[in-house]
Design a protein. Structure first.
Length: 369
């Protein structure tokens, strides 16, 4: 008998972020996307996953380099007056408003029991959208930032606390360890049966390795320079029926794990990724920006957001995965192929569109931009 208790408070060339087009990953991604959407839809029933737009003005009180070879820094954010911060659960993230006005999402990777500090970690991405560079270059101890949340689109549900699984297996790739680390701490404190694989190019590239190593033999650290590129079986050792798998990392890693889980009956998969997914089954279409009359061509393999950013670089966006609403715009004309996981039927009928993932079901959309 199971006793249920309330839950406690362009694709890379390899699994870790080196870029090169890889068409084979689109097949794997289709599996990962299905699983990801299922997890996110389930989350909408959980109060921890609801959108929370409260704004908190916080101060950077600590800054640490966590991985030199991949240029990862962690920031500890606290209230200026030292007051307790809103509670959160493993898997939660913050929307961080950077000094430039950019809005970016970062997983909370500290301890939920610490109500006086939120810890996030950011890897510098030289060719990215500028958010990571701004965190690294502009935020120092004493800097003030505004955050929204916390909110959770990747909740951890331990066995015996709402999950029917008997054990848990974690898979993290590089900076993908950030939401996984609080889950591991909770699993360890609750005394449940768990294991973990932490993968990266080398040990020097893995953030928070000292904290992960403290869990001893339950964690397998697997690096390319020592073991070669992993296959699915390397990331899922000992995973069998009644196991819940929590995976976070670049798209190729989450897709590889999803493909491996697909062949394992009785295994439950929850995943999150830190990069925009490649477009699957896309068709070219045209966008007209109603306020200026500009016309934008969207190729079959690129998102509407990417093409809009090319002419409107100040367009707001964050998750690029269809669940944070930051890039929402109003459709004035055209039929939408909605691919998000957050808009209600009423919001869609009212003309709302998330341009990071959704597309045109016909040939042309006119947007209120």
């Amino acid at each position: 008998m199971t006793v249920r208790r309330p839950a406690p408070s362009e694709p890379p060339v390899d699994l870790y972020g080196r870029r090169r087009p890889d068409r084979a990953m689109r097949v794997f991604h289709a599996v990962a996307e299905t699983r990801f959407r299922w997890t996110t839809l389930i989350n909408r029933k959980d109060p921890a996953g609801r959108v929370d737009d409260r704004r908190l003005d916080l101060t950077v009180v600590q800054r640490r380099v966590e991985a030199h070879d991949t240029d990862v820094v962690s920031l500890l954010l606290a209230a200026p007056d030292g007051r307790a911060l809103p509670p959160w659960r493993p898997g939660a993230h913050l929307d961080v408003e950077l000094p430039s006005g950019r809005l970016r999402q970062y997983s909370l990777c500290g301890d939920p029991a610490d109500r006086h500090g939120y810890r996030i970690a950011v890897r510098r991405i030289p060719g990215g959208g500028g958010g990571s560079r701004e965190v690294h270059d502009a935020l120092r101890i004493g800097s003030r930032v505004t955050v929204r949340g916390p909110r959770n689109a990747f909740p951890f549900v331990p066995p015996g606390y709402g999950s029917d699984s008997a054990r848990v297996h974690f898979v993290a790739g590089g900076i993908g360890v950030t939401p996984i680390l609080p889950m591991v701490r909770m699993a360890h404190r609750l005394g449940i049966d768990w294991s973990m694989v932490y993968a990266g190019r080398s040990r020097d590239t893995l953030p928070f390795l000292d904290e992960i190593d403290s869990f001893g033999g339950r964690v397998t650290v697997r690096t390319d320079d020592e073991h070669g590129l992993p296959i699915a079986a390397d990331l899922l050792p000992g995973v069998g029926p009644d196991t819940a798998v929590y995976c976070c990392g670049p798209v190729p890693m989450t897709a590889l794990v999803a493909e491996g889980v697909r062949t394992l009956p009785g295994v439950e998969l929850h995943s999150e990724r830190f990069s925009a997914p490649p477009v699957v089954d896309g068709k070219p279409f045209t966008i007209e920006l109603a306020r200026t009359g500009e016309v934008i061509e969207v190729p079959a393999d690129r998102s509407a957001l990417e093409e809009v950013l090319a002419v409107r670089p100040d367009t707001a966006y964050s998750c690029r995965q269809g669940f944070c609403r930051t890039c929402a715009v109003r459709v004035l004309s055209g039929v939408v192929d909605h691919r998000d996981t957050v808009l209600t039927p009423e919001e869609r009928a009212d003309g709302e569109l998330l341009i990071c993932v959704s597309r045109c079901a016909g040939e042309r959309l006119v947007l209120d931009l």
